[in-house]
Design a protein around this ligand. Structure first.
Ligand code: FAD
Ligand code: NAI
Length: 326
């Protein structure tokens, strides 16, 4: 179709843009190198249940996002999570409950992106490697040499480092993506053979390799009651980028025992996942990036705020920019 728009990346930013364009009557096609949707808002499936190994929860501050969130709650895609929160530092464990409302996809993180995708077209397991412009239209090429298109406009909704080569036709956008450095993170999924002897659900950790620990089963809709997720600090991940995953998992498990000041039960599942591009090193407030003369746009958390809410807002802004040119 002459008016169809390609969106590369089916994380929160890409899906947000896709939905707004679809609602305005534009034909959209999403492409993602992963099989499914969600990007960093991901769930890992195991024989002991699912683990949220990316986004842990999200908050809503911007009005537009707050009202969008209400519609997601009505659909049953997300639910409020009210953890018993702590802060852990070198002096010990400190209860740290607050008034902040926090939300999660239910019964797993990806329930949200699946719900949002609805009937939109997704080309899964397709890594786009090249964008070519001929006669005012775009042709996409994937890593197997398959070609897609033509598309009248293209929205790049990948993390900044992966956006750089795709934005080559708009040097000012590519330069912005180059500036937006992203930091790594390790996430560990653990299923214990019995519940951990603790009354806390999650903690912000302020010393050692850990940044965050969470009883995954404390979130609404998760059936298993022995599942934990640990996340490292970006600094620790940067220093352990090439450490084998099994060793990372053991080191962070040890750090959990130390943080909780308790002997941990045996593990029946212990897996580490490395996020090379977990989060922007600095937050920016670009909104979305646009080269309207050639119909090329970029969005994502690295363009706005560095959190899930920012990714959604950035996708909305990219869609508005596209609509302004149609
Ligand atoms: P992504 O979700 O990264 O989506 C980009 C998509 O592009 C991916 O699906 C990827 O597969 C795809 N892609 C990349 N290159 C290509 C290509 N060449 N071709 C095709 N597809 C491609 N945020 C919060 O608000 N709260 C939290 O608690 C929180 N915790 C986090 C914990 C971790 C461990 C991580 C990693 C992130 C966390 N975040 C959190 C950040 C949040 O996950 C992100 O801000 C948000 O998900 C980013 O969405 P996005 O659409 O911009 O990017
Ligand atoms: P939020 O308001 O709950 O947390 C923001 C930050 O405030 C926290 O990181 C924590 O340092 C502090 N904080 C909040 N409540 C606290 C409490 N009760 N006790 C002690 N400290 C508290 O949520 P927001 O603003 O939506 O941030 C999202 C979360 O996502 C943050 O925790 C952030 O670190 C995390 N994140 C993690 C990424 C990763 O790669 N691991 C990437 C992007 C975000």
């Amino acid at each position: 179709l002459p008016s169809s728009v390609a969106i590369i990346g089916a994380g929160m930013a890409g899906i947000s843009a896709a939905r707004q364009l679809h609602e305005a009557g534009v034909t959209v096609e999403l492409f993602d190198k992963s099989r499914g949707t969600g990007g960093r808002m991901s769930s890992k499936r195991t024989e002991y249940g699912e683990f949220d190994i990316g986004t842990q929860y999200f908050t809503a501050r911007h009005n537009a996002f707050c009202s969008e969130l209400e519609s997601w709650r009505e659909q049953g895609w997300v639910a409020r999570w009210q953890p018993r929160l702590c802060r852990i530092d070198e002096h010990g464990i400190h209860p740290s409950e607050d008034e902040q409302h926090r939300y999660v996809g239910s019964p797993r993180m990806t329930a949200l992106s699946r719900g949002l995708l609805g009937g939109l077209t997704l080309h899964g397991s397709v890594r786009i490697t090249q964008l070519d412009r001929h006669d005012q239209e775009w042709i996409l090429t994937d890593s197997d040499g398959n070609r897609y298109g033509p598309f009248i406009q293209v929205v790049v909704a990948t993390p900044a480092p992966q956006a750089i080569p795709l934005l080559a036709a708009a040097p000012q956008l590519a330069r912005a993506a180059e500036q937006a450095a992203m930091e790594p993170g390790w996430a560990v999924s653990i299923s214990f053979s019995e519940p951990v002897a603790t009354t806390i659900d999650a903690a912000f950790v302020r010393s050692g390799p850990l940044d965050w620990i969470c009883a995954n089963h404390s979130k609404p809709g998760r059936a298993e009651n022995c599942n934990w997720v640990l996340q490292s600090t970006p600094e620790w991940a940067a220093a352990h980028l090439d450490t084998p995953a099994a060793e990372v998992a053991k080191l962070l498990l040890q750090a959990l025992g130390k943080a909780l000041q308790t002997a941990l039960p045996a593990t029946r599942l212990l897996q580490a996942h490395r996020w090379l591009y977990a989060r922007p090193a600095q937050t920016s407030d670009w909104g979305a990036l646009a080269a309207p003369d050639i119909g090329l746009y970029a969005c994502g958390d690295w363009c706005l705020g560095g959190r899930l809410e920012g990714a959604w807002l950035s996708g909305q802004q990219a869609a508005q920019a596209v609509l302004g040119q149609l």
